[in-house]
Design a protein around this ligand. Structure first.
Ligand SMILES: [Mn+2]
Length: 215
């Protein structure tokens, strides 16, 4: 099986109110791209801080030269974040989704209901389907669930429940393949908007797909 050619990523965060608690980050190391989504509980300041602690934990692991292609690396990072959050006494809970994408494979882990889906050839697959929606990271009892999938094309979309809970998968699928990846994430982030124009929840999402057709 030939590996994928180069791929592209795009991400967007759209807060429902003034200051949201969804956080998204894309990191690269060598051939690997690491996608992170964290949705701070209660859309609160403490939730936002917990979400930011996940981003820091992932960044620190990448900087420290951790093996980004092993799902255990990310499970350990989330377990550590969970314990540190409790030990700090600062409170705040969050979901966490970490996915490492290479040209052949996607591996990762999740806590809570931030999900990662693969859209390919009219099919949609939830890589995070076995996740535990509770307890959240920061509770001291988070149970990260790892996932692994051979990736041979199609669009990976990681997002908070602000997208997946409010928008039909078929509507999401119609937007993930828009020619311009940045236009795609903006269009996706607008899908949950109510008739009033308000968002029912913060939306944080990250999209990753091959930048050229697979030969
Ligand atoms: Mn949410």
């Amino acid at each position: 099986m030939r590996p994928l050619s180069d791929f592209e990523t795009a991400w967007h965060v759209e807060p429902a109110g003034k200051a949201g608690a969804d956080r998204v980050r894309v990191l690269t190391r060598g051939d690997a791209t690491v996608l992170v989504v964290a949705d701070g509980a209660g859309n609160s300041r403490r939730g936002a801080e917990a979400a930011e602690s996940v981003l820091r934990g992932v960044q620190d692991a990448v900087d420290a030269g951790a093996d980004v292609e092993r799902e255990e690396t990310w499970r350990d990072v989330l377990v550590r974040c969970d314990a540190e959050r409790v030990a700090s006494g600062q409170g705040g809970e969050t979901t966490a989704l970490v996915a490492c994408v290479t040209r052949r494979r996607v591996v990762g882990v999740s806590v809570g209901d931030s999900e990662l889906w693969l859209f390919q050839g009219g099919e949609s697959t939830a890589l995070t389907e076995h996740q535990h929606r509770k307890p959240l990271l920061g509770s001291g009892q988070a149970r990260p669930v790892t996932f692994e999938l051979a990736w041979r094309g199609g669009v990976l979309l990681g997002a908070s429940d602000g997208l997946f809970k409010y928008v039909d998968l078929r509507r999401i699928q119609e937007h993930v393949s828009l020619a311009d990846a940045n236009a795609a994430v903006l269009a996706l982030a607008a899908l949950p908007r109510l008739a009033s124009g308000a968002l029912p929840d913060d939306v944080g999402l990250v999209l990753c797909r091959p930048s050229a057709p697979c030969p």
